[in-house]
Design a protein around this ligand. Structure first.
Ligand code: CA
Length: 315
């Protein structure tokens, strides 16, 4: 068995040390293929990693506008390659704004098998497969619920989103987010997915650097193997600007120095799964090199001392 090359091992080690998430047992690596920031385009009218269509317009110094504050608009933005990471986190800065007293309809974030097609669910297709997150700003019919409302729906490819009742029957989880539109601070969402373990949504809209937990599910449905990251929005009679400011996606790894090796850190105790192979092998590889160096160094010192002692006896 060949050990990994030193450069690859060093790179992996560096990746662990930078960019830690707020969970001690997880480390992250940025996914450039699923991240977006100004100026968004890397050649005139094109982005290497994202496609856009419908009424979407891009202002390279400001935002990607999925819909403008005009009636009957519909726009989308989708990654070109699937999100293949098993565990990931996507943080999105967005802005919902408009000049009218009545406004709608909101926007969606997608992790779905379908991509890049206009449709009736916040500007994208119905009967989707995968995860849809809806930031619904217009209450069609959900008595007693404060809007804007943020909800997750898991699509099986057959179930329709029921717009008339704001998707109530197909809701996986959700929360009210009064103030997420026309907010005075940058508005953000952060979605974390740990396969078979956790789906968590946090929102930032009340004050900067203060995250509100929207929902957390322990055993989320499995996202299709081939699933694209996307965004879409729609306006009807009522309208709003729905803007994506930036997207930051990360691949999450279990931290091998915490999982199963440090008994003091209680959190790792509940993790039954073995350490992620990308990490465990290389840490052990470094440990072995370190131990080998210690043994060599120790032997040399011992041998030198032994010889010196031998000499002193002789004379
Ligand atoms: Ca609605």
């Amino acid at each position: 068995m060949r050990p990994p090359s030193m450069s690859a091992a060093l790179l992996a080690a560096l990746a662990w040390t930078v960019d830690a998430t707020d969970r001690e047992d997880l480390k992250s690596i940025s996914l450039r293929t699923h991240s977006l920031q100004q100026p968004y385009l890397d050649s005139p009218m094109q982005s290497r990693w994202f496609d856009f269509g419908g009424d979407t317009i891009i202002r390279t110094d400001s935002y990607i506008r999925l819909t403008s504050d005009l009636p009957s608009q519909s726009g989308w933005l989708f990654s070109r390659v699937p999100l293949t990471a098993t565990n990931w986190e996507v943080e999105v800065e967005f802005q919902i704004s408009g000049k009218n007293q009545l406004y709608g309809d909101g926007f969606a974030m997608w992790i779905t098998k379908q991509r890049g097609r206009q449709g009736p669910v916040f500007g994208s297709v119905d009967k989707f497969e995968g995860l849809g997150i809806f930031i619904d700003t217009y209450k069609n019919n959900r008595p007693g619920v404060v809007f804007p409302y943020v909800m997750a729906m898991f699509g099986d490819g057959q179930t329709s989103y029921d717009k008339t009742n704001d998707g109530k029957d197909s809701e996986l989880a959700g929360c009210s987010a009064r103030g997420i539109r026309q907010a005075t601070v940058p508005t953000k969402l952060r979605l974390t997915y740990l396969q078979d373990k956790q789906l968590r949504m946090e929102l930032q809209y009340k004050s900067e650097d203060e995250w509100q937990l929207c929902f957390e599910l322990d055993k989320p449905p499995s996202i299709p193997n081939i699933a694209y990251l996307g965004f879409s929005a729609e306006t009807g009679e009522l309208s709003d600007n729905h803007d994506i400011i930036s997207v930051s996606a990360k691949n999450l790894y279990r931290n091998p120095s915490v999982t199963g090796t440090t008994p003091n850190k209680g959190k790792s105790g509940r993790t039954k799964s073995p350490p992620v192979k990308e990490g465990g092998g290389w840490t052990w590889f470094f440990t072995k090199i370190f131990l080998f160096a210690m043994v060599c160094g120790g032997s040399y010192v011992g041998y030198t001392a032994y010889r010196a002692k031998g000499k002193s006896h002789r004379f």
